[in-house]
Design a protein. Structure first.
Length: 130
């Protein structure tokens, strides 16, 4: 269970850092998520179905961008419906692609808060080395 304050967890999601240690990167590149934290070795998503929740966040981003852009274009321009549709579609897809790492990081934080990500157990090795 998460022991950090909500502001710390939000900052970790926005900066795409590990929700457990706050030091390791969640992503290796824009579209490639690390399976484990490079610093604390915690597994981010143990089950394959956990990515479904991040898709809901992507859907929320797309819906919000679509509605706001549709309202702005409808009320402030005299573009044809086809032109508005093309602009809205391109901007909505681009926003989902741009927000991909943030939505995945946010979902990883939510999985951590719900107890789906556990802190790694310490290895005890005889001789005092860990």
């Amino acid at each position: 269970m998460a022991q950090e304050t909500p502001s710390v967890l939000i900052r970790r999601a926005l900066t795409q850092k590990c929700p457990v240690c706050g030091r390791g990167a969640v992503f290796a590149s824009h579209f490639r998520m690390n399976r484990t934290c490079p610093k604390c070795n915690v597994v981010f998503w143990a089950d394959p179905g956990e990515s479904l929740g991040a898709m809901y966040l992507d859907y929320a981003v797309a819906t919000a961008v679509f509605i706001v852009l549709w309202a702005v274009l409808s009320w402030t321009t005299s573009l044809s419906d086809l032109a508005q549709w093309i602009i809205i579609s391109v901007v909505t897809v681009a926003s989902v692609l741009a927000c991909y790492p943030i939505t995945r990081s946010a979902w990883t934080v939510l999985v951590y808060i719900s107890g789906g990500i556990e802190r790694p157990r310490l290895k005890i090795v005889r001789g005092g080395r860990t």
